[in-house]
Design a protein around this ligand. Sequence first.
Ligand SMILES: [Zn+2]
Length: 120
Amino acid sequence: MPEGTPGALRAIWREVCPRCRSGPIYRTSLWRGFLNMHERCPHCGMKFEREQGYFVGAMYISYLLSIPPGLVIVLLLWRISGWPFDTVMVGAFFVYLPLVPFVTRFARVVWMYLDRHFDP
Ligand SMILES: [Zn+2]
């Protein structure tokens, strides 16, 4: 990798290609089409979706990424509202809902980096 290439964490945060860490993965910002991806890296040509169903693995990442904020929301709602626990769970679901596009998009990037790390 050429000098000045960002580290993996920084590259994940910037949502750039796991191979060259330069080409953007997404065509648009989160707000203008949250999963609008390039088929191939515009810089090095790497195909992002390796095979059909490739991003199913990202669902597990998405699930793992959802646990910490979900837990915080549940605990805060429980503490603030005084509702019964099942009502808190339903409430937390609706509070968490707006975060889903961000987490889904980010999980795909994390998944690609993990996958390329273990199977370049
Ligand atoms: Zn690339």
